[in-house]
Design a protein. Structure first.
Length: 352
């Protein structure tokens, strides 16, 4: 090598989360690649279908360094997608640092960086969108259950929330966090009249609108099958205005059925865990803010991962324990069946 062309120092390699022999799998042959991590069960909204409006946070939060350690362990076991959620994750101090650290990890199975997503109600998003992008966030999902301010406020029970969320969406677009997903839980009699307007919103704002069937995961325990607006009805109503054109799934464990319109403008996703469950290709695990591992949204109990960590378990101990817990992941949920039991925690305390 000629001295006229000095070698540049190569960029330092991104740290691997550790090498392991095989991917995390359950007893039904499903490979677990997605982790939803709740960083708090506090929330600044009191959405009628989620919270009572009286109860606050019920569970503790781990130090962010503990989440970072647990994330490294899960990535070493094959997790490739991490979704930060809550409660409301933007309420958690230090979140940017956690995103930054997570963005440094690479999957030892694919040698690629992780897909890091965040689910937020958007209320605090406007000033944080660009810093989140800069920290390494890959994409964002914003919950918005109405496209008119009155209906929206009736659902969130927070005055001025609509304008805050709209500003958050705009800031996320400007920061390059698109394509932005907007989650809308449809509740019969509350916001189902917004369906067609949401389709127009998707087209006008260049966002993916995802309608979610209401699940029995609320604090109030008010769920009934009649409140659920099923996928078939959503498809029929939207198609009556503008025919829907199906889109292929992005990947095998995709939860949403995807559609666009004849001119290709706008995208609608329908997530139908109640009327068309997708448990047989579930790839998800959940970690609650207090460090409990949940193998299904509808689990009847938690598995105390943080307790083991506090008692001094090594990373290898924790890996073996996670493998054994995940083996027993539930085959499916039993929503709507006789004898259905409510899960041991509601959505806001699990992490959606
Ligand atoms: N605070 C954040 C937010 O609003 O997106 C993250 C947590 S929130 C629990 C995550 C998602 O769960 C939101 O899109 C919310 O609408 C949805 N969700 C809450 N309760 C639900 C239920 N019972 N059925 C279906 N989706 C629900």
């Amino acid at each position: 090598m000629s001295a006229a062309f000095p070698m540049l120092d190569p960029a330092p390699p991104l740290p691997h989360a550790g090498n392991v022999e095989r991917r995390l799998a359950d007893g039904h042959g499903r490979i677990l690649t997605d982790l939803r991590l709740s960083v708090t069960d506090r929330c600044n909204y009191r959405c009628v279908y989620c919270r009572t409006g009286n109860d606050g946070a019920q569970f503790s939060e781990l130090p962010l360094a503990d989440y970072a350690r647990l994330l490294r362990i899960f990535v070493s076991l094959g997790v490739e997608k991490v979704r930060l959620t809550g409660g409301e994750p933007l309420l958690r101090q230090g979140l940017l640092e956690l995103v930054r650290e997570t963005a440094q990890l690479r999957s030892p199975f694919t040698d690629e960086a992780l897909d890091i997503a965040l689910t937020t109600n958007g209320h605090l998003l406007a000033p944080l969108a660009q810093p989140l992008k800069d920290a390494g966030l890959s994409r964002i999902t914003i919950s918005m259950d109405a496209v008119d301010p009155e209906t929206f406020t009736r659902i969130t029970r927070v005055p001025g929330s609509f304008e805050r969320v709209r500003a958050g969406i705009r800031a996320a677009q400007d920061a390059g966090l698109g394509p932005i997903k907007i989650n809308c839980v449809l509740l019969r009699g509350y916001n189902d009249h917004q369906m067609e307007a949401f389709a127009e919103f998707s087209r006008a704002e260049n966002v993916i609108v995802r309608f979610i069937e209401f699940m029995p995961l609320e604090e109030d325990r008010t769920w009934s099958p009649e409140t659920v607006v099923p996928m078939k009805e959503i498809v029929a109503r939207l198609s009556a205005v503008r025919p829907l054109v199906p889109l292929p799934a992005n990947h095998a464990s995709e939860t949403a059925r995807r559609f666009t319109f004849a001119d290709g403008r706008g995208e609608i996703g329908i997530i139908a865990p109640v009327s068309e469950p997708f448990c047989n290709h579930c790839s998800r695990l959940r970690l609650t803010s207090d460090g409990m591992l949940r193998t299904c949204l509808f689990s009847q109990s938690d598995h105390d991962l943080a307790g083991r960590m506090r008692n001094g378990a090594s990373d290898d101990d924790l890996r073996s324990w996670v493998r054994s817990v995940v083996q027993r992941k539930e085959a499916r949920h039993h929503i709507g069946e006789p004898g259905f039991l409510q899960p041991s925690r509601s959505m806001v305390h699990i992490g959606g």
